[in-house]
Each structure stands twice: as structure tokens, then as C-alpha cells.
Ligand binder design. Structure first.
Ligand code: GDP
Length: 241
């Protein structure tokens, strides 16, 4: 069960309970049916709120998560505990990936529940919060390619962060500007500072990924934004929103 900052703030209990049930059901069913590999999906928002940057894979359990999404964060952290225990008790190689903020075609473009880029692509003229927080965004098609690589070739039980580099971190304002440009929006863009900024940043290191995949090329941010905006416009009637 996933959602953007604002859905998380409204439904911490649901995020905690549903994800705990999903974790236990999926992993135990996989084990019962002798599934050899499971790749679960965590998120960089589960890392401790007060931490040194850049964040890496060893820091998942090093302190409390941000208040806004503690239900989701603690539930997702438990997948790492599950994976370690399936390995130590049964030798299972179940693992997890930790993507940064994902966007792309077929996303959930719902304004209230979705993440920032699909939300901005849907409404464009109003940005929630100050625009100052920083995020590393990953294009869903790049993430899909990396997921397949993890499934086929990554053999560790310990999780791996799937992210663009620290140098590609952008502010929410820069992300909003990219959407405005891609949609050729000419009106005024308003910042609603009554809305929360959430976590200021969660800068993640992709050094582990780079060690395995020094050659991997990420789609340039503006190209990926343009493709996503074009998809949304062309599929407005059927898009989840
Ligand atoms: P997060 O990366 O886990 O915090 O989740 P989001 O994808 O929901 O991003 C939240 C950040 O984007 C916060 O700084 C918000 O203030 C900002 N933001 C600006 N406009 C929007 C919007 O339309 N929807 C969402 N979800 N966040 C927005």
C-alpha cells in the first residue's frame, strides 16, 4: 500500500497494518511454495529522519523515521527483518530494493493520494509546500530495467538503493518548473505554503548500485518528464486520477 506524503499523513494506521499483512502473506506464501527469489520494494522515505547524508543501505534501522509516514516506514523496514530471518533460518535469498521517488506513465495521478510528480502533472498550477525540499526522482522505465537486473543477477539478501546519483537531486520547485515546461503551461504557478513540506531531504547514495552497474544510464530528467506528461495528455481518459 503506497501513497504520497498527504495520504501517508492521513492514514498511518492503515499503512502500518495493511503493509504488515502484505509482507507476511507474500513472503510466507513464497516460502511455502518454494519460490527461490523474491524482490520486495521499499522506499527511501523509510530511512531515519535524523541521519547523516548520503544515506546508504546499512542505515535502515538506525533511528525513528519521519513522523509523517511512520506507519508505512516501520512496516516496510520489517521486510528487511523478514528477509534476514528467511535467510538465516531457511537459506532463502529474498531481498529488497529501495527506490527513490518514482514517476512515469501509468502512475497514480490522483491529486490527493498520489506522489508529487503525478500530482503536479495533473494540476500543474499549484505546488504544495515551499518548493524547497529536495528529492531524487527515478523514471519508472529505468526502475523496471533495474528491477529485472536485481531479479536475475543480484544475489545479496541485504537491500540495494536504486537511485540516480546525489548530483541529480532536484528541488520540488525545479521539478514543478520541469512539468510547467513540458506541458507548455503559461499561467501563474502558486505555492501553497499552508501545505506540509514533509521531510526536507533524504539524499541517498547509489554507490552500491554503481559498484554493480557502473554502465547503467538513467534517462535524463527532462526527457522522462516530457514522456510522462505526453503520456498523461494522450491517456487522460484512462489514466488513474
Ligand atoms: P515523499 O517524497 O515521500 O515526501 O512524497 P511525495 O512524492 O508526496 O512528495 C512530497 C513533497 O512534494 C513535499 O515536499 C510536498 O510539499 C511536495 N509537493 C508539492 N506539490 C505536491 C503535490 O501536488 N502532491 C504531493 N504529494 N506533494 C507535493
Amino acid at each position: 500500500m503506497v501513497g504520497g506524503l498527504f495520504k501517508n499523513m492521513r492514514q498511518n494506521l492503515d499503512f502500518w497494518r495493511n503493509n504488515m499483512y502484505i509482507n507476511d502473506n507474500v513472503l510466507q506464501a513464497a516460502h511455502d511454495f518454494d519460490v527461490l527469489k523474491v524482490v520486495s520494494c521499499l522506499s527511501t522515505c523509510i530511512f531515519p529522519d535524523k541521519i547523516t547524508y548520503p544515506i546508504d543501505e546499512t542505515m535502515i534501522h538506525s533511528g525513528p523515521p519521519h513522523d509523517s509516514n511512520f506507519g508505512y516506514s516501520y512496516a516496510k523496514r520489517m521486510i528487511d527483518v523478514h528477509n534476514r530471518a528467511y535467510f538465516t533460518q531457511y537459506g532463502r535469498r529474498y531481498t529488497a530494493v529501495i527506490p527513490t521517488n518514482v514517476f512515469g506513465p501509468h502512475d497514480n495521478f490522483n491529486i490527493e493520494d498520489g506522489h508529487v510528480l503525478p500530482g503536479l502533472i495533473h494540476k500543474t498550477y499549484i505546488v504544495w509546500g515551499s518548493g524547497r525540499p529536495l528529492r531524487q526522482f527515478i523514471y519508472s522505465l529505468d526502475l523496471a530495467r533495474l528491477f529485472l537486473w536485481v531479479l536475475r543477477e543480484y544475489n545479496e539478501v541485504d537491500p540495494i538503493i536504486l537511485s540516480v546519483g546525489e548530483e541529480d537531486e532536484v528541488s520540488i520547485k525545479e521539478a514543478a518548473d520541469a512539468v510547467v515546461k513540458a506541458l507548455n503551461f503559461r499561467g501563474e504557478v502558486v505555492y501553497d505554503t499552508n501545505k506540509s513540506d514533509g521531510q526536507f531531504k533524504k539524499t541517498a547514495s547509489n554507490a552500491k548500485l554503481r559498484k554493480y552497474r557502473p554502465d547503467f544510464t538513467f534517462t535524463p530528467f527532462h526527457k522522462a518528464i516530457k514522456e510522462t506528461c505526453d503520456w498523461f495528455v494522450a491517456n487522460y481518459d484512462v489514466a488513474r486520477k
